[in-house]
Write a protein that binds this ligand. Sequence first.
Ligand code: SF4
Ligand code: SF4
Length: 342
Amino acid sequence: MNRLLKNKECNSLLGGLSADYRFFAPVRRAGRGRLSDTDLITYDQISSVEEIVWDEKTLRSAKEIMFPITETLMRFDQKTISQPSVVDNRGIVIFCRSCDIHAVSRLDKIFLDNGTSPDPYYERLREKIHFVLMECADPFKSCFCVSMKTNIPEKFIAAVREVDGGLKVLSQRRTLVDKLSTIGSECEFELHYPKQNGTEVFPPQTLDMPSELYDHEMWDEYSGRCIACGRCNTSCPTCSCFSVHDVMYDKDSGQAGERRRVWAGCHIDGFTDMAGGMEFRKSSGARMRFKTFHKIYDYRKRFGENMCVGCGRCDDICPEYISFSNCINKVSEQPGTQGESL
Ligand code: SF4
Ligand code: SF4
């Protein structure tokens, strides 16, 4: 069903559903950008469709909705251990683009399918989530979703296109169709997808990366330039690493506290510290190699698709202007990196 809804009608639909659902979308936070007088475009809760930013990419992804930056796993004292419950039990609807829907499917594989049992903290938030696709026909400059095969979305309850003063909405979901049939008017709406990249990227195809590449001099450049800030990790919608910290409420008595998991990243100092003072991947070049192979090789060997979805956020956010897309192309130029196709 295709309907044309005025903003007012969209907002009354959101308002009517707000007892059961929270809505998240790209929004503008004035003055909170990384430079003075710049705005931050990020995901946050909305109550009206006018808050949605359509023409700029978010610097951070929607992953923190189902994988919070810091999350209490349990609280403990000398006698008890308890697991915090989810504070808000409403469903969660996220307005996002195709690459970000694909990114959540990458996280699903890591948190739900990659071990002996699903991660219960991720699972309890993830099962609440539904996606509304924001049509994204033209790529931003740093995007390469076509190369990563994430330009065509999967698993969304509705798709929307911004039009003057309203939204075109497409949905096949029975419950949503029933609601939509009573508001707005019928319209033509054929979804468009990006057909070309903003930045051309040629990911490697091999399932057996040449061993010479592990010590290749190309990684030395990153040792000189990367400052290990970790911005590329935190902005990436598919980075899923975390560390676990115990926080004591009273340091002196040490009798009660909580265990938290907190985002971590492979570029950051200390990420590979081991007991006994061991540290793997000391240089930034070695960390870049690790991340690159994880995003475009190891994960693909395990799950049959690249972990990187080509959103380009890491290129947008790096203060040292390190280009991950360029790094992928450098890998692909090396002998033996093509071979079998995906
Ligand atoms: S382009 Fe960069 S930020 Fe986006 S998914 Fe790939 S590695 Fe992550
Ligand atoms: S954002 Fe750039 S400088 Fe910061 S860790 Fe990533 S590659 Fe290094």
